[in-house]
Design a protein around this ligand. Structure first.
Ligand SMILES: NC(=O)CCC(=O)C(=O)O
Length: 266
């Protein structure tokens, strides 16, 4: 299977509309890949909190339209990263869009863990509640977004739902790049799954982005890693390696669920 991770530079000197069209052209250039992945909130930047409300779109808004067409023009599965989604009945959500090669929406995922503690995304956006998997020929994708990477139980839920390849669009800052790489490898090893993690480059809202999109195999080996700048990271991987790894080293079968809480003896 061939994947292209498009590590977009999100800088303030480019308008959202021109970035949208530039990225669509990059997606079209990936014809021949099976799967193309874009980062989190690449229209605004994940830290451009003031832009969320201004640039929020309905689910089937301009990014949806442009990316659906780009996916069908290229004939690829497209994880189009996430958009600030305006739900007419509710709050904003950080919503990922996944399109089939015919340009149909295969799934939408509203980010479950919002970043920022008591500010930014955590207060400006609502939290998703639903795990999302998508069946592709050859592998089942599990979907997570950026800060979700820090919550292993979400990934265990995806594995229980059949995920073999986890796709993680992100807008991860340079300041915590070491966590990004470490956590991507940890999620791959503990879940014996491929991890395709696509970040942004550039600087927006004064936050330099880490870049360093990364693809890790189910044994924890890094198959490909980008640098800090805008880059298209191409990788070939064999989805059959997930079943082989899980069979040869069946640690997932030894999970013990529903443990008792500690009992105080005092
Ligand atoms: N956009 C994000 O979710 C940022 C996450 C982050 O910076 C971190 O977990 O560290």
């Amino acid at each position: 299977m061939r994947a292209s991770l498009i590590q977009i530079a999100v800088n303030e000197d480019e308008s959202v509309d021109s970035r949208r069209h530039r990225v669509a052209a990059l997606v079209r250039e990936q014809a021949g890949a099976d799967l193309v992945v874009l980062p989190e909130l690449w229209t605004t930047g994940a830290f451009a909190f003031e832009e969320f409300g201004r640039e929020a779109e309905p689910l089937e808004g301009p990014t949806y339209e442009t990316m659906a067409k780009a996916a069908s023009d290229a004939g690829v599965w497209l994880h189009a990263g996430s958009i600030p989604e305006r739900d007419p009945q509710g709050p904003l959500y950080n919503t990922s869009l996944i399109f089939s090669p015919s340009g149909e929406l295969a799934a939408a995922y509203r980010k479950i863990h919002r970043f920022g503690f008591d500010k930014g995304e955590a207060v400006l956006m609502g939290a998703g509640r639903d795990l999302v998997t998508v069946r592709l020929p050859g592998t089942t994708l599990g979907v997570a977004t950026c800060y979700d990477l820090r919550f292993p139980e979400l990934f265990r839920g995806l594995v229980a739902a059949g995920a073999e390849t986890v796709v993680i669009p992100a807008g991860w800052p340079e300041r915590r790049r070491a966590h990004w790489t470490l956590l991507a490898q940890a999620r791959a090893v503990e879940n014996q799954a491929f991890v395709l993690a696509c970040g942004t480059a550039g600087t927006h809202a004064g936050v330099p982005q880490a870049g360093h999109s990364i693809v890790v195999d189910p044994w924890g080996e890094v198959l490909a890693e980008a640098g800090a700048d805008e880059e298209i990271l191409g990788v070939d991987f064999d989805p059959a390696k997930v079943a082989a790894t899980r069979e040869q080293f069946p640690a997932l079968k030894d999970r013990v669920l529903g443990l008792e809480p500690p009992r105080n003896r005092s």
